[in-house]
Design a protein around this ligand. Structure first.
Ligand code: BG6
Length: 462
């Protein structure tokens, strides 16, 4: 690995902070959605809001030199008028200062899904008003924290957020509406460009990027119809974010296909396309969990059955996007988690090289990890499966770098056990275990000690 390689782990505000109604924080759309539907929520989560110093000590003792976390918008700006919450602003000063005092480089995500509910009530990302409000947030955080922070990202996984909320409908606002999916996607990408524009206008000292849920595309065979389906799937899963944010171009064949299917694209304005073209990111963050295996579309309506409830849920996933592609889960020949996520490290190696060749910008692996049912009651928590998973994925990164890729950092998802969207405390990802039923005492797992040696040797132990 290079000498300044960033080794760390990641969290997101809603998933770890808790303190949902403390010190002036207002509800996010997730608070409202989970409370209204009586689902397990992140009211307390990992209680990071109160215990961040202890968590940063664990990072330091664990050999980390960086921490990726997100800012809670409903903690910072509390109404439509843009009222700033001084206690929220102060919290992130204290968090950043604590990182810096301990040799931990903060790597900040401005938006990791916890949209203030007052904006969701006005249409959320379907409304251009939200873009304006987002730029106001960016302006605030750049000015407040910009002299201390080198690494910024505008959004965590716009694709996952928008597709889950507006297409699959399993995340708030819980709708299935393809036209709205397209509008919300576009608004987030325009907001990304507006944020970059503001960052450059303020001449901020750091760098700014975007984080994408990267699904490298594979085909079931090499037929021309499979190749076409792969291209369509790449547009659907990756290109509309990566091409737009990095190259400043929305894929033309995707727009043509959408127009051909009768979607209304009249909301895309020439002035906005200019903003997108002129304000591209400095680097990209790739979250990698699994590859995407694609077959040609055969027949029938769109099916979006994603298993995000594990062994207790609806079983296997099935995805058919009418006239675009079908997604395949090759259970016979590959290994999967109980949530039907394939374990496929080679996809990270090949995916990084694909992204490197196509885009040429620095790459950070901003999330990688495995969710599991774990018994964390004993003295020792032996998560050997996680060690194997992380080992094989870090090895894939090393191989991609040996083959020329410019990878600059790696973040395990997640720092500690935290609230997994809709799976709550059932699906654990952490290097550090938490007892959610009692006092949330921190207990490092075997993977924590294993990762410490990796960080301290700069990857040599892999
Ligand atoms: C990523 C998100 O998509 O995957 C994280 O950025 C999320 O916020 C992680 O927790 C794992 O997803 P899940 O649903 O298993 O918690």
């Amino acid at each position: 690995m290079t000498t300044n390689f960033l080794w760390g782990s990641a969290t997101a505000s809603y998933q770890c902070e808790g303190a949902w109604n403390e010190d002036g924080r207002v509800p996010s759309l997730w608070d409202t959605y989970l409370h209204d539907n009586h689902l397990e929520n992140g009211d307390i989560a990992s209680d990071h809001y109160h215990r961040f110093k202890e968590d940063i000590q664990l990072m330091k003792e664990g050999g980390h030199n960086t921490y990726r976390f997100s800012l809670s918008w409903p903690r910072l700006i509390t109404d439509l008028a843009g009222t700033i919450n001084p206690k929220g602003v102060d919290f992130y000063h204290r968090l950043i200062d604590e990182c810096l005092a301990n040799g931990i480089e903060p790597f900040i995500t401005i938006f990791h899904w916890d949209l203030p509910d007052y904006l969701e009530q006005r249409g959320g990302w379907l409304s251009k008003e939200t873009i304006e409000a987002y730029v106001t947030l960016c302006d605030l955080v750049f000015k407040e924290y910009g002299q201390k922070v080198k690494y910024w990202t505008t959004f965590n996984e716009p694709r996952y957020y928008v597709f889950s909320g507006y297409f699959i409908g399993n995340y708030p606002p819980g709708v299935h509406n393809p036209q709205q999916t397209i509008s919300a996607s576009y608004n987030m990408m325009l907001a990304n460009a507006e944020a970059v524009k503001r960052f450059k206008a303020l001449a901020m000292p750091g760098e700014i990027g975007i984080v994408h849920s990267y699904g490298p595309i594979y085909g079931v065979d090499d037929r021309p119809e499979t190749r076409q389906a792969m291209r369509d799937a790449d547009n659907y899963y990756n290109n509309w974010i990566l091409d737009t944010a990095i190259l400043g171009e929305i894929p033309q064949d995707m727009l043509a296909k959408l127009a051909g299917q009768g979607f209304d694209l009249s909301f895309i304005l020439p002035e906005e396309l200019k903003t997108i073209k002129q304000n591209t990111v400095d680097f990209v963050g790739l979250n990698y969990y699994a590859r995407v295996l694609i077959a040609p579309y055969e027949t029938g309506e769109t099916i979006l059955a994603i298993n995000n409830s594990g062994a207790s849920g609806q079983g296997s996933s099935k995805v058919v996007v009418r006239e675009w592609f079908e997604q395949v889960w090759d259970h016979a020949n590959s290994e999967f988690t109980p949530w039907d996520t394939e374990i496929y490290p080679q996809g990270l190696y090949e995916g990084i090289l694909m992204a490197h060749k196509k885009y040429g910008v620095p790459i950070y692996i901003t999330e990688n990890g495995v969710g599991a049912y774990e018994d964390v009651s004993g003295e020792v928590i032996n998560d050997q499966f996680r060690i194997d998973f992380l080992n094989d994925h870090i090895d894939a990164i090393k191989r991609s770098m040996a083959d020329g890729a410019d990878v600059r950092g790696y973040y395990v998802w997640s720092t500690m056990d935290l609230y997994s969207w809709k799976n709550g405390s059932e699906k654990r990802y952490g290097l550090v275990a938490l007892d959610f039923d009692q006092d949330r005492q921190r207990k490092p797992k075997a993977s924590y000690y294993w990762y410490k040696a990796v960080c301290q040797s700069n990857g040599e132990t892999i």
